[in-house]
Design a protein around this ligand. Structure first.
Ligand code: GCU
Length: 416
């Protein structure tokens, strides 16, 4: 009981700006040796690899080298989405044989002869949750029990069809000329703490055996690795242009899309929807969800080293503005919501503001406007004219049509 009480005390969330501890952010434009980074070359050759390495070592963990993949087409439908799209299911295997661990890609492409730009994003409840079409295969992998009829014994039921469709406006995406590729995140790694035995953690244990235990990949890194292997597949898919893929994710999967985009420079655009702590939000602000809190609730998301920074964020050699800086000079969009203070909307915008000098050094226009400040950003007024996009949507922790409207507009400028 005492233990539980102490635990609760330690993690009462703070939402009071005046109680934020004093902090200094690490400067993305100063090398570990203390040298100022003043050229794009210095950034690309010295500072960028340093920051990637710091995130691997202290936050997300080190993933194995890219494995060979193989694939198998599971289904094709030529008249999906009111006849406007082709929908395919493709199993991608983490290895060069089809007995390797696999993930199932659900791929929608508009009917056109040319390869299209596409959004790639993981989903929470299974590919069948995107659309209610009964022809989409019902996943048979472990899913979280939701205390409703969509899940029974940790397996999805027919009732799960289309339950997440409000977050995936497939028809709108197709109408705007884009492809959509989604994967159930649990195919890659089931989202619970089992000592990294299941999913690709277990399947690829051999490839990670030389990585120091404290630096091994957590689940966010594993999910990101899956996104990169999905991109390997898309690069060879005739219907999708692998050079124009935006990686998208909400919440824990927004943390994942950021790390995927930061660590894999082939992603041309990166979208973080309400990603919060361990995603776009600055850890040092320790407001809403904190490092100590996230590491306690979800010990498997990050590597073991990251636990050192529980209630000790200042000691971490990196912070999340540097994660966004790693995406430069490519396009990045961070979306927050007024009702999602847990994810620290202000900290999410500040991370972009503190990443902007890197975008400018690399010759981009940053936000595309001067003087972006947290005090000046009004709800539902997107900043989307530059390389760094942001909005603070009214409403709660979710993905809405408003969010997608901005992502599509942003993609029109960066992928078309
Ligand atoms: C929890 C968690 C967040 C995470 C969210 C989600 O709220 O604390 O860090 O983003 O789940 O993934 O929905």
């Amino acid at each position: 009981f005492l233990q539980a009480q102490l635990h609760a005390q330690k993690f009462v969330a703070n939402y009071d700006e005046s109680k934020i501890p004093e902090f200094t952010l690490p400067n993305p434009l100063v090398t570990e040796a203390g040298e100022a980074v003043t050229t794009a070359k210095q950034w690309q050759e010295t500072r960028r690899p340093e920051i990637v390495d710091l995130f691997q070592k202290h936050v997300y963990g080190r993933s194995p080298a890219a494995c060979k993949i193989s694939h198998k087409v599971v289904s094709t439908k030529d008249d999906a989405v009111s006849g406007k799209a082709i929908r395919r299911e493709v199993d991608v295997f983490f290895g060069d044989t089809t007995d390797a661990h696999s993930m199932r890609l659900l791929i929608y492409t508009p009917k056109t002869d040319k390869p299209v730009a596409a959004f790639l994003g993981l989903n929470f409840q299974g590919n069948h949750s995107i659309e209610s079409d009964p022809a989409i295969s019902l996943g048979d992998r472990w899913v979280r029990d939701r205390r409703n009829e969509t899940v029974k014994d940790n397996r999805a039921t027919e009732k799960a069809r289309g339950v997440a469709s409000s977050r995936w406006p497939v028809e709108k995406i197709i109408d705007r000329g884009y492809g959509l590729v989604t994967i159930y995140y649990g195919d890659i790694d089931p989202d619970f703490d089992d000592g990294f035995k299941n999913g690709i953690h277990g399947a690829m244990a051999d490839q990670t055996k030389d990585i120091p235990a404290a630096e091994k990949w957590g689940s966010i890194a594993a999910w990101s690795y899956g996104l990169s292997r999905a991109l390997d597949y898309l690069e060879n898919d005739a219907k999708v242009d692998g050079d124009r893929v935006a990686v998208f994710g909400h919440s824990r999967l927004g943390k994942t899309s950021l790390w995927a985009g930061a660590s894999d420079e082939r992603f041309k655009m990166v979208i973080s929807n309400n990603s919060g702590c361990g995603g776009a939000a600055l850890s040092r602000r320790a407001i809403g969800e904190t490092v100590g809190r996230i590491n306690t609730s979800f010990p498997h998301w990050f590597n073991a080293n990251f636990k050192q920074y529980n209630q000790n964020e200042n000691a971490c050699p990196v912070d999340q503005h540097e994660l966004i800086a790693l995406i430069a000079p490519r396009a990045v969009y961070v979306a927050s919501a007024t009702g999602d203070q847990w994810a620290d909307p202000k900290g999410e915008l500040l991370a972009e503001i503190h990443a902007e000098p890197v975008f400018r050094l690399l010759g981009t226009d940053g936000f595309g406007v001067d003087g972006v400040a947290t005090s000046k950003v009004a709800p539902d007024q997107p900043i989307k004219g530059g390389t760094i996009g942001y909005h603070l949507r009214t409403g709660g922790h979710d993905v809405t049509d408003f969010d997608w409207q901005q992502y599509l507009d942003f993609a029109d400028r960066h992928l078309q």
